[in-house]
Design a protein around this ligand. Structure first.
Ligand SMILES: Cc1cc2nc3c(=O)[nH]c(=O)nc-3n(C[C@H](O)[C@H](O)[C@H](O)COP(=O)(O)OP(=O)(O)OC[C@H]3O[C@@H](n4cnc5c(N)ncnc54)[C@H](O)[C@@H]3O)c2cc1C
Length: 275
């Protein structure tokens, strides 16, 4: 197995054109899933690519380099709108995993249970992809994630950054994860909520995203729309609010349990945000 670790994006894009080239960042999804016979591949390690490191605060929003690790995100000085993203990072595996694993890997692996996705959906995140032939394109995360292990990434593209448009003034956020134990667990269901309240404590904007309850994590638009003008404690989460969710039965939980858990998680998060 050959490993190539370029420090410039241009070089990384050139290497990507090699036959049998496989992209890796932290490798924490890639290596555990590796089957025998993968050794003839060229691994393109993106962790040293200069343009994909660091967080930049731009006038229109915050740009996260795709090769940032979860530990770097957790330690970053970011406004409260990003608290849910940081909390999600603290739930990704163990500290050892968080030190190696990246945001981009979490998105590109496209697991329904990827803990980073709901928080980024609630931040209206976009992803930037670059190819040597066509340059850069930026698309909403909702369009990038296509299904279980399916993304809109073309074979010659690298996900280079994640962009979050400037969150509204005063936006706060919260993340909750339910698993069958506290640490090192795949989510049964997780939710991220971002809220802005007016001076009277009524909802000006609410964003609710739920993961592990459908092939791709979902925003709940009916609940978001109905919440406007309400006091957070008045909001009662109903079955029709969570109807976009399409959970499966699996070894971790039944679909019915997941729906009940999602409803309860959102209700508790609304209560927590009202304090
Ligand atoms: C013990 C253990 C516990 C875990 N616990 C959790 C958990 O609790 N929650 C959770 O969400 N995940 C968990 N994971 C999964 C994994 O750690 C995360 O999804 C992590 O964020 C993946 O990042 P990575 O950089 O390691 O990805 P990699 O393994 O490097 O890559 C994953 C996929 O993305 C592609 N890719 C990577 N970077 C790019 C890029 N820049 N552009 C295009 N494609 C790219 C790769 O080709 C590969 O297909 C766990 C993994 C392990 C081993």
């Amino acid at each position: 197995m050959a490993v190539c670790s370029p420090s410039e994006l241009k070089d990384a894009l050139d290497v990507l054109n090699a036959p049998d080239c496989v992209l890796i960042s932290g490798g924490t999804d890639y290596f555990p899933a590796l089957k025998r016979g993968g050794s003839e591949r060229t691994l393109l390690n993106l962790m040293k690519v200069r343009e994909m490191r660091g967080i930049s605060l731009e006038r229109s929003g915050v740009r996260f380099g795709a090769a940032l690790t979860w530990s770097e995100i957790i330690r970053a000085d970011l406004p409260p709108a990003f608290d849910a993203l940081k909390s999600a990072g603290k739930e990704v595996g163990s500290i050892q995993i968080q030190n190696a694993a990246t945001l981009a890997g979490n998105l590109c692996n496209a697991s329904p249970a990827a803990d980073g996705v709901p928080a980024l959906l609630a931040l209206d995140a976009q992803v930037e992809l670059q190819s040597a032939a066509r340059g850069a394109r930026q698309i909403p995360l909702t369009e990038f994630l296509k299904g279980v292990r399916k993304t809109d990434r073309r074979p010659d593209e690298i996900l280079t950054s994640i962009f979050v448009p400037q969150p509204p003034e005063g936006m706060r956020s919260i993340f909750s994860k339910l698993g069958s134990r506290t640490y090192l667990v795949i989510s049964i269901c997780m939710t991220a909520l971002n809220v802005v309240l007016d001076k009277g404590g009524r909802v000006r904007e609410l964003r609710v995203a739920v993961g592990a309850c459908s092939p791709v994590a979902q925003r709940l638009s009916l609940l978001e729309a109905e919440a406007i003008g309400q006091n957070l404690r008045e909001i009662k989460v109903r079955d029709d609010h969570i109807s976009p969710l399409k959970p499966i039965d699996d070894v971790r939980a039944s679909a019915e349990y997941r729906l009940e858990a999602a409803k309860e998680q959102i209700q508790r998060a609304l209560h927590e945000l009202s304090r």
